[in-house]
Design a protein around this ligand. Structure first.
Ligand code: GLA
Length: 386
C-alpha cells in the first residue's frame, strides 16, 4: 500500500510540474524537531534530547546537466538560481544553505551537474523548530538521491551542519541536523554531541509534545546566537578546557570566580544543563515524567536568567502552562530569542491547555499564540518518483 503523501509533499510536486513541466525524479523529506532538554549545549560538546516531529520540509527534484541549480521555495514564492561551478553571488538567506550543501557534497565527491528543485514545508520558519536544518537535510537527501548515492546518517548530519556554520555563518551545533536525519517515531534521541554516540529512548504513549508558538520571530543569522557561542568559548578558555562539557557543576562552582561576566553566567547554564539532560534521559527511561518536567522548568530558568535567550512572551507561556494540572514541564524550545515553547502534557490535559494558554497570552500581550500538538516522527527519507 502506498503511504499517504502530506500536503507539503503535494505542494512541492504540484509546483514542480507547473514550473519545470516535468516529473520530479525524487522527493525527499526531512523533519523539524523539538528538544526535550539540553539547550545551547550541543556546540559545547554536551548532551541533548531532541525528538523529530511530524512537520517536514519536502524537496521535489530532477537533474539538469547545464551546471545550473534552480530552486523554487513554493510557500515563500521565492526562487534562487545558482551555478554549481563557481557561483559568486553573495551568500544570503536560504541561498547560503543550498550553496553550502552543493559545495560540501561536491567535495566528497558526489557528482552534481545541476538540478531543478521545488521546496515546500510546514515547519514554521524562525520558530525554534529547526526549519533550517530540515531544509539543509532535505536538499542534501534530494541531491544524494539524484546521484544514486547514500551517506551514513551521522556523516550527512555533519555535512549539513557544516553548510550552516561555514556558509550561513551560524555557529550552530549538531543537534538539529542529527535528529532530522536520524530521528525515530515514538522516541527521543539522546545524543552525545562530542562523540556523536546516540541512543533512542521511548516516549510514553500517554504524553503529548505541545508546541506553543509565541508569534515572535527571530533570525538566527542576525540574532545574538553567535555572541553566545563566543561567550562559551571565552568561558572554556578561562577554565582551561576545550569545551564546557569537560566541567562538572561542582567543579564549576569551585572555579566560577575565575571567569569574567557574562561568560560565567552562560557557562553556568551550560554545565548545569548538561547534567540536567543526562538526568532527564534517565528519568524518561524510568517513565518518571514529573522529574523530566521539573528539569524542563529548571532548564527554562537557566535560559531566562543565565543564558538570557528568553523573552517576556515566552516566560508568560511557560508560567501559564505551569498552572495547568497535567502539565509536567514547559520551556523555551530551540535557540530562543522568540519562537516557541515546548510543554510535556498528559494526554487528558491537552484540551485545557489549548483553552487556557492562548487565552491568557492574548489577554496579557495582545498576541495570538498557536498551539500545535506534535507527533514524533522518523528522520529524513527519500522517495523515487512522486
Ligand atoms: C539552534 C542550533 C542548535 C542548538 C540550539 C540551541 O537550534 O541550530 O544547534 O544550538 O539552537 O540548543
Amino acid at each position: 500500500m502506498l503511504a499517504a503523501v502530506s500536503p507539503a509533499h503535494q505542494r512541492a510536486v504540484h509546483a514542480f510540474r507547473e514550473l519545470f513541466h516535468a516529473e520530479p525524479r525524487v522527493v525527499a523529506r526531512a523533519p523539524g524537531r523539538v528538544n526535550l532538554i539540553g539547550e545551547h549545549v550541543d556546540y559545547n560538546g554536551g548532551f541533548v534530547l531532541p525528538v523529530a516531529i511530524d512537520r517536514d520540509v519536502v524537496v521535489a527534484a530532477a537533474p539538469r546537466s547545464d551546471g545550473i541549480v534552480r530552486v523554487r521555495a513554493v510557500d515563500a514564492g521565492e526562487e534562487v538560481i545558482l551555478q554549481v561551478h563557481g557561483d559568486s553571488a553573495p551568500l544570503v538567506g536560504w541561498r547560503s544553505y543550498i550553496a553550502g550543501v552543493i559545495a560540501l557534497l561536491s567535495q566528497i565527491p558526489i557528482p552534481i551537474e545541476g538540478a531543478d528543485l521545488s521546496v515546500a514545508g510546514d515547519v514554521p520558519i524562525g520558530a525554534g523548530l529547526s526549519s533550517s536544518a530540515a531544509f539543509e537535510v532535505a536538499v542534501a537527501t534530494a541531491f544524494l538521491g539524484l546521484a544514486d548515492r547514500t551517506l551514513p546518517g551521522p556523516e550527512l548530519a555533519v555535512l549539513c551542519r557544516r553548510a550552516e556554520v561555514e556558509y550561513a555563518r551560524v555557529q550552530c551545533g549538531i543537534m538539529d541536523q542529527f535528529v532530522s536525519v536520524l530521528g525515530k517515531a515514538g522516541h527521543a534521541l539522546l545524543l552525545d554531541c562530542r562523540s556523536l554516540e546516540s541512543r533512542y529512548i521511548p516516549l510514553p504513549g500517554s504524553v503529548r509534545l505541545v508546541i506553543t508558538d509565541s508569534g515572535v520571530r527571530r533570525d538566527l543569522q542576525s540574532s545574538a546566537f553567535n555572541e553566545r557561542f563566543s561567550e562559551c568559548r571565552t568561558a572554556a578558555e578561562q577554565l582551561g578546557v576545550r569545551e564546557l562539557r569537560e566541567i562538572s557543576p561542582a567543579e564549576f562552582e569551585r572555579r566560577a570566580s575565575t571567569v569574567t561576566q557574562p561568560a560565567a553566567r552562560r557557562a553556568r547554564h551550560v554545565v548545569y544543563e548538561i547534567a540536567r539532560t543526562l538526568e532527564a534521559a534517565g528519568a524518561l527511561e524510568r517513565g518518571d515524567l514529573s522529574r523530566v518536567g521539573s528539569l524542563m522548568y529548571e532548564s527554562h530558568a537557566g535560559l531566562r536568567d543565565e543564558y538570557e535567550v528568553s523573552l517576556p512572551e515566552l516566560d508568560l507561556l511557560v508560567e501559564s502552562a505551569r498552572r495547568i494540572d497535567g502539565v509536567y514541564g514547559s520551556r523555551v524550545s530551540g535557540a530562543g530569542f522568540g519562537g516557541c515553547t515546548l510543554s510535556l502534557v498528559a494526554e487528558e490535559a491537552v484540551p485545557e491547555f489549548e483553552r487556557a494558554v492562548p487565552g491568557e497570552y492574548l489577554a496579557a500581550t495582545g498576541r495570538h499564540a498557536e498551539v500545535l500538538v506534535a507527533r514524533s516522527s522518523g528522520g529524513a527519507s527519500l522517495q523515487r518518483g512522486t
